[in-house]
Design a protein around this ligand. Structure first.
Ligand code: CA
Length: 233
């Protein structure tokens, strides 16, 4: 059973989400404003497996909730729920560290499918050794464990969000090739290649802080001027 926090101020949407997620066998908590969400996320007890986060909330926006959670080192998967045609909201939410997004009104089946994908990350933690082949990569002085979204570095273990892991996977899979920002936006974030956003660059700089000895002179995720990035083992 997974523990899911629904952050939504429209009662009928919150109730619908709670009803359907409970029908899937999850434990669901509901809060209706950003401040309560931040307080719940800061609790060390009863850790959450997933947060469904509305953007327009009383007290504090969903963006701010996501930003504070990440700044506090909480990497719980976050799925943001945005109003229709608010492409800027999607981009902003991803820049603040959300893992995925859905545009309202959404189909229930689509929501449940996204929830399953994001919860798989947590289930992997519970898979016994041998049940699932580890998918690891090593380069320089770090190793990446994609099966449990972890990076081991000389400076300690880093828990990756799903998008950080997906970006690293996309770059490593095309090792040696220059990959464009547009390709990464489509593949990792499901955004159009020409979306105006700094999301790729801000995630690359996060990954560099984790994996590069000197992030200002990167050796593994190299900038290709006017093009994008190239992974070098
Ligand atoms: Ca709202």
């Amino acid at each position: 059973m997974s523990r899911i926090l629904v952050v939504e101020d429209e009662a009928h949407i919150a109730e619908g989400l709670q009803y359907n997620l409970e029908a899937e066998g999850h434990h669901v908590e509901v809060v209706g404003d950003g401040r309560s969400a931040t307080e719940r996320l800061a609790e060390g007890e009863r850790p959450l497996d997933l947060v469904l986060l509305d953007v327009m909330l009383p007290e504090m926006s969903g963006f701010e909730v996501a930003r504070r959670a990440r700044a506090a080192g909480n990497y719980v998967p976050i799925l943001i729920l945005t109003a229709k045609d608010e492409a800027e909201d999607v981009v902003r939410g991803l820049e603040e560290g959300a893992d995925d997004y859905l545009v309202k009104p959404f189909e229930l089946e689509e929501l449940l499918a996204r929830v399953r994908v994001l919860l798989r990350r947590r289930r992997w933690d519970k898979v016994a050794p041998g049940e699932d082949a580890p998918r690891s990569e090593a380069f320089g002085d770090v190793s990446v464990h994609f099966d449990r979204f972890e990076l081991e570095t000389p400076r300690g273990t880093v828990q990756l969000t799903t998008r950080e892991a997906a970006l690293l996977r996309a770059l490593i899979d095309r090792e040696g090739d220059a990959v464009t920002r547009g390709e990464l936006l489509e593949q990792v974030w499901r955004l159009k290649a020409d979306t105006r956003t700094r999301v790729v660059d801000s995630f690359v700089s996060r990954l560099r802080k984790y994996i590069e000895k000197d992030p200002s002179r990167p050796r593994h995720i190299v900038s290709v001027r006017g093009h994008g990035y190239r992974f070098v083992r």
